[in-house]
Design a protein around this ligand. Structure first.
Ligand code: T46
Length: 183
């Protein structure tokens, strides 16, 4: 069985699978339905995504608005990233707070990000990133928070990242809160 770790932000879960190295290489279970179920969390995963990003990339901070909001179960197949989730849940006591964790191809740890969070990552070593989503992609419902908003206080470990045009112009946390109140 994997080791499941709660985080200081309610709902965010880290999962460390048991890895079996041998003279051929390694084996590990990369997904089990009973991991989250053991914590009373039930998700209907409907879409798998995969992206490759070179070192120095930042992707995020993104979310999809209701009714297209997505929970995500993210991991690294190869490489190393700093993965970040920002709590945007309306009335959450940790609204605007973030939790970050290293995902890599040594621990093969996974990170569960429920609906209501913005998600992104910075690439420490070229990375193949793979994740499950609990709702289909819906471009029209996509939103974001500016990755380097000083109010977030995220130490990404990169100062001038490789980033998409779209990710340069998301609102700050304050602007998002004033516009929407939260997710
Ligand atoms: C997310 C997504 C994108 N696309 C298409 C749309 C674009 O033509 C192209 C690249 O999309 P984008 O630049 O939004 O990709 P990312 O910047 O990696 O977006 C993701 O970044 C952060 C880390 C997230 O958590 C989200 O899953 C997602 O927003 O793939 C699809 O066809 N389906 C999809 O589910």
């Amino acid at each position: 069985m994997a080791e499941l770790r709660k985080t200081p932000i309610e709902g965010l879960i880290e999962i460390f699978p048991r890895i079996f190295p041998d003279n051929r290489g390694y084996f590990f279970e990369s997904y089990r339905e009973d991991w989250l179920k053991s914590l009373g969390i039930e998700e209907n995963w409907v879409q798998d995504n995969q992206s490759f990003s070179q070192k120095g990339t930042v992707r995020g901070l993104h979310f999809q608005r209701t009714p297209h909001a997505q929970a995500k179960l993210v991991r690294v197949i190869s490489g190393k990233v700093l993965d970040v989730a920002v709590d945007l849940r309306k009335d959450s006591p940790t609204f605007g707070k973030h939790f970050s964790t290293i995902l890599d191809d040594q621990n093969f740890n996974l990170f569960y990000v429920p609906k209501g969070f913005a998600h992104g990552f910075a690439v420490i070593e070229d990375a193949i990133f793979a994740y499950k989503c609990s709702n289909f992609y819906n471009k029209e419902s996509e939103g974001g928070i500016l990755w380097n908003d000083p109010m977030l206080g995220i130490d990404w470990g990169v100062s001038s990242p490789i980033i998409s045009e779209k990710d340069k112009y998301w609102p700050t946390l304050e602007e998002f809160k004033n516009q929407t109140g939260g997710l």
